[in-house]
Design a protein around this ligand. Structure first.
Ligand code: RB5
Length: 148
């Protein structure tokens, strides 16, 4: 898969380790994040990754900040994005199966590297359960964007 990854200054080391892990699994990873701990603004990175994923430039995105929250809120402001914060693997599986999340996010100050790897692997291996009620609800989510 082609994956876009983005992170702020709270998580360059975790991002680096995850890129290595994903490449070992055979994925192509494009880095939109920062590589130092110099202070930066997570909304810019979340928006940039969100726009690229929504435009179909990758199969999915991964976002990391201190908590995963700020950067995922930014991505979720972009039309077509369904970014989900996951701190464990059950959520990581269900956000693909039910919500067809196109971005997952987590916090480098919340989860350790091994849990982050498990979250990413679980999400990538899960499949959207498709049509019916799940697609109806996803369509309803995106209708909210059009009521702005
Ligand atoms: C940066 O210090 C921190 O606020 C950011 O990484 C994130 O946790 C925001 O949601």
């Amino acid at each position: 898969m082609k994956i876009i990854i983005g992170n702020d200054h709270a998580s360059p080391e975790m991002k680096k380790q995850l890129v290595r892990y994903l490449e070992e699994l055979g994925h192509e990873v494009v880095n939109f994040g920062v590589d130092t701990d110099e202070s930066c603004n997570y909304p810019e990175i979340g928006e940039k990754v969100g726009r690229a994923v929504a435009a179909g430039q990758a199969d999915c995105g991964i976002l990391i900040c201190g908590t995963g929250v700020g950067i995922s809120i930014a991505a979720n402001k972009v039309k077509g994005v369904r970014a989900a914060v996951c701190s464990e693997t059950t959520t990581a599986r269900l956000v693909k199966q039910h919500n067809n999340a196109n971005i997952i996010a987590f916090g480098s100050r919340v989860v350790g590297l091994e849990t982050a790897k498990d979250i990413v692997k679980t999400y990538l291996e899960a499949e959207f359960e498709g049509g019916g009620r799940h697609q109806l609800r996803i369509d309803m989510l995106h209708e909210i964007e059009n009521r702005d």
